[in-house]
Design a protein around this ligand. Structure first.
Ligand code: NAX
Length: 328
């Protein structure tokens, strides 16, 4: 029998945690033949609720689930971790300035990065979900000097999936017909969902749409502001769809992208497409054997260039802010 893969989930008692843990334990994250051990990290106030979720996980009698550890110690939670899903974060509350938000999250993601550095397995793969996801991932990565930088990623897969769904709806095709969609930049309202290289049933998506007004005034804002629309409708932020995207992100990273397609991941820039080296920005990537590569050679038109630049500019500002706050 295979040794279980240790998956650490932070913010395990939160609403995304609740939607995520059962899918991991049932085998959807890594595969139907991969046993998992779950390490749940919470703050002290969250431990009791996490224990309740662990009771329910027991009650599912998942054949692949080989143990659950619940702790408020990051060192313990990341001990031997092969996959880490950093979901818990400090949300922005009314009247909070950006500096306060970044500082509060620096206080979470700096120490967690160090705990990953000191305790995780050599093959650790990290996905940051907690917002501001890209910059939180950067903070964690900067505190883990012994871990290759490309193991730290930020989630833009929910944006990617949202964009695919909107495009499929517009063109009256199934989501499976949509390939090579890209989310560029930050997981924020400045993100740029790019359909100029996307394909719909083998044809170029932008040509199939042939409506720049829809693109600029409907599609892009709908995707970028979808999180707010969900809150407005549901009275709570996206949870099941966010958990689903986290499962997709890790599953694709580990198991590879399909031939003739790619995905979107927030990853440390190598300078491709004019995105400054070192910041964590979303790119089109292909994955294979647990590694990813940025899709190279795409022609970026003026429409796309200005939008990618705007989102990247926001990421540079966030990086500069956390630098001047001494968080990296
Ligand atoms: P909840 O507030 O329901 O849960 C967060 C949990 O994290 C709480 O149980 C809290 O006790 C715990 N927590 C806080 N600080 C912690 C720490 N230092 N260590 C361990 N646990 C800690 O939020 P939820 O709806 O689950 O969302 C979690 C995060 O995901 C938020 O930051 C949210 O903004 C972000 N999102 C990111 C998305 C993305 O696409 N990247 C989309 C969905 C979501 O909005």
């Amino acid at each position: 029998t295979r040794t279980p893969v240790t998956v650490t989930v932070t913010g395990a008692a939160g609403q995304i945690g609740y939607a995520l843990l059962f899918r991991i334990a049932s085998g959807q994250l890594l595969g139907a033949d991969v046993p998992v051990k779950l390490n749940l990290l919470e703050i002290p106030q969250g431990l009791k609720a996490a224990e309740g979720t662990a009771m329910e996980l027991d009650d599912c009698a998942f054949p692949l689930l080989r143990g659950i550890e619940i702790t408020d110690s990051a060192d313990k939670a990341f001990d031997g971790a092969n996959v880490a899903l950093l979901v818990g974060a400090r949300p922005r509350t009314a009247g909070m300035e950006r500096g306060d938000l970044l500082s509060a999250n620096g206080g979470i993601f700096g120490p967690q990065g160090k705990a990953i550095n000191d305790n995780a397995a050599d093959d650790i793969k990290v996905l940051v979900v907690g917002n501001p996801a890209n910059t939180n991932a950067l903070i964690a990565q900067q505190h883990a000097p012994d871990v290759p930088a490309d193991r730290f990623t930020a989630m833009t897969r929910l944006d990617h999936n949202r964009a695919i769904a909107q495009l499929a709806k517009k063109l009256g095709v199934t989501v499976e017909d949509v390939k090579k969609l890209t989310i560029w930049g930050n997981h924020s309202a400045t993100q740029y969902p790019d359909i100029f290289h996307a394909e719909v049933a083998g044809k170029n998506a932008a040509e199939a749409v042939n409506d720049e007004k829809w693109l600029a005034e409907d599609f892009i804002p709908t995707v970028a502001k979808r999180g707010a629309a969900i809150i407005e409708a549901r009275g709570a932020s996206s949870a099941a769809s966010a958990a689903n995207a986290a499962v997709d992100h890790v599953h694709t990273w580990v198991n590879g992208t399909a031939e003739g397609d790619w995905t979107s991941m927030g990853i440390v820039s190598d300078g491709s497409y004019g995105v400054p080296e070192g910041i964590i920005s979303s790119f089109p990537v292909t994955t294979r054997d647990g590694r990813f590569e940025i899709v190279q050679g795409l022609e970026i038109n003026d429409f796309s260039r200005s939008r990618i630049d705007a989102s990247v500019h926001e990421l540079i500002e966030e990086r500069d802010a956390v630098r001047s706050l001494g968080l990296i």
